[in-house]
Design a protein around this ligand. Sequence first.
Ligand SMILES: [Zn+2]
Length: 490
Amino acid sequence: MRAGLDRDKTDPTKYRQEGNPLMNNTEKTMDKIVALCKNRGFIFAGSEIYGGLANTWDYGPLGARLKNNVKDAWRKRFIQERHNSFEVDADILMNPRVWEASGHVGSFSDPLLDCKECKMRFRADNLIDEFDPEAHADGMTKEEMFDYIKAHSVPCPNCGKHNFTDIREFNLMFQTYRGVTNDAKSVIYLRPENAQGEYVNYPNVLRSMRAKLPFSIGQIGKAFRNEITPGNFTFRTIEFEQMEFQTFCKPGDDLELYEYFKNYGRQFYEDLGLPAENLRFHDHEKLAHYAKAACDIEFLFPTLGWGEINGTHDRTDFDLTRHQEYSGQKMDYLDPYTNERYIPYIVESTYGLDRTVLALLCQAYDEELVDAEKNDVRVVLHLKPSIAPIKASILPLSKKLGDKAMELRDELAKFFMVDYDDTGSIGKRYRRADEIGTPYCVTVDFDTVGDPEKGIEPDNAVTIRDRDTMEQVRVPISELRAWLAEHIGG
Ligand SMILES: [Zn+2]
């Protein structure tokens, strides 16, 4: 399940950075980040020319690159570098029986009610929580929520009146029909989570990969939830992408693996560039029906507060037992060391890809006072070079140097995502690169190519300017590729 944002514990002072006079006075806000995303090609409103579609967003050229780089980093850490780790790519559409076995058909729903006066629709638990945060609606049954709303005459947040319908359970799965007839038999769902794609493939991976416990199945893919809750940009959307990691283990080994993956996830985020002070664990007191233990990793978003970006769950043998029951297929494991048969336990660690990208953009965003006297401020994204959408921007000092610079661009493009910019002053071009997080600007100047008329020999070198320090170094073109590879890292 995806938890909400924790507004109460927001500490905006966390975003005031020491040693940066401008950010001490100007708070980093979500509005600024949303504006940058739209203006600089990271994230656009979905179906924008038609007025959009609520809670849908399209990744633009730079956002798509950033997202892919995060996927690559995850895949390297979770699949490539680990032992006994396998990736699958399961279909979004699954046999509807899967969702009966998983419990989603029966109980994956929000308690909704409508205001009879203004026709606005609300989640009963949100209504109560906003009325009184101490009421703890998440521990109430549907009946208890209904009674609470009545007893306290909870008003409609929109029109202020108190005249609600009964609470109805609204299933969060998107439902459609297969084939040409819209009858109950042909109902099919868009998956509300990726996990079941890994669980139903457990016997296939076990057999085909000759896997032994403990082993893991990872998957990156889209999931869909028909939620009515407002979105907070890409934090809560109806279509979203997850990076999931399911570890199958011997019962009894589960709690140790659970603790291990909590920390492994936190380290992954720190290595991506989210600092420890903006991350925290949030242990669940109230557990989902399938879980023995659950913990989120939360990130401190500007404006929004602490929000979940990862969840780690000890799901015990719940899922495989249910699939054995509903499919009639054996899901047990024959332990080659002890000859015991048992159904493996599952420790799940799920990473919200869209939320991870949003957290990285929020963390990277900065406004820096470059020159106090001139009140010169630059906007810069301090993204880690390995995840930055563009690794280097190739800049000819003059348009006369365009051929040489373009030749360099084409050569580097075989190895890195680079761009070419010959418009405006070098200073303006640096700022454009800073704003999208490009770590290196490579300038081709007259010394690079020389000038035979003036008797200047070419030095066959370029100037590399660093985004974060704004310092410059001269590097021979013959060493440029190696220099960039070393500094970008992986
Ligand atoms: Zn109303």
